[in-house]
Structures are given as C-alpha cells and as structure tokens.
Write a protein that binds this ligand. Sequence first.
Ligand SMILES: *Cc1c(COP(=O)(O)O)cnc(C)c1O
Length: 346
Amino acid sequence: MFELQPLVRKNIWKLEPYSCARDEFKGVNASTFLDANENPYNNYVNRYPDPLQEKVKEMISPIKGVPVPNIFLGNGSDEAIDLVYRIFCTPGVDNVVAMSPTYGMYKVCADINDVYYRTVELDEQFQITAKRILEACDKRTKVVWLCSPNNPTGNDINRDEMVRLLEVFRGIVVVDEAYSDFSNQRPLRLDLDKYPNLIVLNTLSKAWGGAAIRLGMAFASTDIIALFNKVKYPYNVNKLSQEKAMELLRNQSEYRQHLVMVLEEREKLMNAFISLPVCKKIYPTAANFFLVRVTDANAIYRYLVEQGIVVRNRNRVTLCENCLRITIGTKAENSALLSALIKYKQ
Ligand SMILES: *Cc1c(COP(=O)(O)O)cnc(C)c1O
C-alpha cells in the first residue's frame, strides 16, 4: 500500500489554504459580483480569473488522455517543479535524487528550497537503471526526478526502468515529459492510475508553441493534485494565458502540422550534420533538438554567435564535453545554420 501522508511536509498536510472569493462562491446563477473588491466596469480584465482553470483543463483532458481531476495547471512547468519541493521536502533535512545531466531547474529549485540534491550519472547511452537510482536513495529521499525525453541529451529514458522505479520506490517519482509530443515512446501520463506515486509534467512551451504564456501541467493522483491546489498562489494562471491556451489547444491541426514539419526538419538537419567536418558525433534524439559533439564547442559557439545564430553550448555539462544542443528551427533557420557551419574554418 502506498501512503502519501508520510511523504508530505507536516505544515503542508495541516495547511488551511487561503480561500479566495472565486473559491467560496461556486454557484452559476449570480449576476452581481460584489465579493472580490474588483473594479465593476468591464474592460475584459477587471475580474479575477478562474483559480482552477476549469475550461482550460476540460480542453487539455481529451488531448492528453488525463481526467480533469488529475490535472494541475501552473505558471510554466517551473511552478510545478517548485511546488513539488515545497509540498514534499523539508528544507535542510530531505533530499531528492536526479539523473545527470538533466534539466537545470530541478537543481536550482532544490537549492532555493535548501533541499539536498543527489545525482546519478547517466551511462554512455545516456540511460539509467532503477537499481542505480535506488542505491542513491535513503530514508530522507522524498522525490526522484526523471526527464524523458531528457534535456539536454534528447533521448527517451528506458521505460521499463522508469516503471520498475515507480513500482519499487516508496517516494514520489516525477517524470518530466515536456518533449513527449516528439517521441514515439508511450508517455507515462497514460498510466497514471497504476502509480499513486507518479507525477508527470507537460507544458505548452514546446510542441504547442506557447512558451510566452507560461502554461505548465502536472498530472497526478487526485490526492496529489489537491496538495498542489492548496499550496499554489490563488490565481496562478492569469486570464490572458488561459484564453490564449484555449486558442492554441483549439487549433490542433496547426499543432500537428508544426510537429510534422519539425520532425521532418530534424531528420534532414541531423543527416546533413553527419557529413560536416566540425561534427564528431550525433546523439539519437526523441525531442525537437539534438545534441552534437563537435571539434571545439566553445569556438564554434562563438563563431555562430558572430553569424547571428545562437545554439546552446553544453560544453561544461557532465558527459557533454564539446557538445552543442541544437533546437530544430524553420527550414530557413536550419539552412542558415548549415551554411554557416560549412564555411567554418577549423
Ligand atoms: C523546456 C522545458 C520545460 C518547460 O518549462 P516551462 O516552465 O513549462 O516553460 C520543462 N522541462 C524540461 C525538461 C524542459 O526542457
């Protein structure tokens, strides 16, 4: 039996959350709202937004195959990442385990919340086993962070190993699936009902083209979602973002077209990279970017910046020496990158 309560910080379990005006009155027949000290003159933004973003969640639910009560929405995935620490990890006492290299925000949020951050290095295939992660865990390990497809390496993490960890580890397992739209591996969010300790992160920032509106998602058991809702700011997703999110989600054909184009361009760009003199190794990817080992990452990075092209220099990241992370752009942007690299003098 999985027990949630022992994993939750005592103050959070006991917390009596702030009850905002829009929480207290949930009726449908009112037309006169004198409860929230708002300006009564309609200018489109004079009223507080829906604190639980029900309409957005109703659109996300069929797209993601996750029931509405299992969805939390935040100001980017970054909000959900921070909330995981604030809900589960006692500062100065608890620890989390993450693979390395991976997305930098897990560590930054650990540092901000004064939570010990332990790492398990990926192997040469950028993979991890449940066994090695469990070896890094102890009684005070509340959370394990996984990211699949992983950033900055781009590969899917072995699904059987993630499932084994979910089955054996008694703490929370967060699987960040920010890039799962680009991958063929079955996302873990579709198996939420099997794993009461699973939290899956998604975002509108990548495949959905909504990075500017800051809309992140967490999928989990209703008990975990209730904790997120208790700790979040009352109106954490503003009205403009909620409206724009619904517009993006309504336009599924555009989403699919963009996805197909990015995948085609990824194939073409990676094939072209193989024959570039600067290219030493291309790593397989399941995301909208790829990692490439080059002859001299710092020099090539600087050269590209001079040409007005910015890629991500990962040279200083463990296992990524001399690696650049390249986001797939438009056809024109990818050609610009290629012609610049063809002209590069070693
Ligand atoms: C880009 C990215 C996100 C998205 O974060 P947002 O705050 O939703 O924009 C989350 N996780 C990973 C691994 C990412 O690379």
